[in-house]
Design a protein around this ligand. Structure first.
Ligand code: GSH
Length: 219
């Protein structure tokens, strides 16, 4: 099997989910690094007409949309499985992947994560405190729901990591670097402990912003 290529700017939580899945599945891959802005230009627009990341490429097959990529990897690299066998737990995984895209990324990470982490680091921007404050009520709902769904389990959908954990952990690891993390996790220690468990796994340890930047440099 030819190696997987992941096109991304280092630091992208969505790309980190894909890289994490490749690591969990012991697959050979390389990172094709993009510089900020290059994702809105050719040749990247031919890979991803919406100018986003990540894009997965392998043996002439190109795919974008993180959920589609994760499910594709699950089919072509079935072992170890990252989908619970139990139908209710698998449904919970699917639900949390949807929550991740629609409520955690949109309105939380693309505001708080952007203004606190990406903007200052990549573009030298000053955080927009008003936008961050306005995002907090929605963020509290998202954290409340993720905390409730996690409950006292070790991982989000079951007692083993699933695609849902791989999608949510990179975004939470971003938010954990912000001052908003403390109010968002107050009374939700299960989420903090879960992120600690995820961050101990190779899939997270080997895909930090710095680690992905290094992978991109070594091509
Ligand atoms: N629905 C897309 C979202 C991808 C996305 O928004 N990625 C972010 C990085 S995590 C991005 O490309 N940001 C750059 C931009 O929007 O210009 C997916 O799941 O892959």
């Amino acid at each position: 099997m030819s190696p997987f290529i992941v096109h991304t700017i280092p630091g992208s939580p969505a790309a980190r989910a894909v890289l994490a899945a490749l690591i969990e599945k012991n697959a050979a891959f390389r990172v094709a690094g993009l510089t900020p802005g290059a994702h809105k230009l050719e040749p990247h627009l031919s890979r991803h007409p919406f100018g986003k990341m990540p894009v997965l490429e392998q043996g002439g097959f190109t795919l974008y949309e993180t959920q589609a990529i994760l499910r594709h990897l699950e089919r072509v690299l079935p072992s170890p499985s990252l989908t619970p066998r139990d139908p209710s737990e698998a449904a919970r995984m699917d639900q949390i992947m949807g929550i991740s895209d629609w409520y955690l990324f949109k309105g939380v990470n693309d505001v708080i994560g952007f203004h606190r982490v990406v903007g200052p680091r990549l573009f030298g921007l000053i955080p927009d405190e008003k936008a961050i404050a306005e995002a907090m009520p929605h963020a509290q709902v998202v954290f409340g729901e993720l905390g409730r769904l996690l409950g006292d389990k070790a991982y989000l959908a079951s007692d083993r990591p699933s695609l849902a954990d791989l999608m949510v952990a990179p975004q939470m690891d971003f938010l954990a670097q912000t001052p908003e993390w403390t109010p968002l996790t107050r009374g939700r220690s299960n989420l903090v402990e879960w992120l600690g468990r995820m961050n101990e796994r190779d899939c997270m340890r080997l895909t930090t912003w710095e680690a992905v930047a290094q992978l991109a440099r070594s091509g």
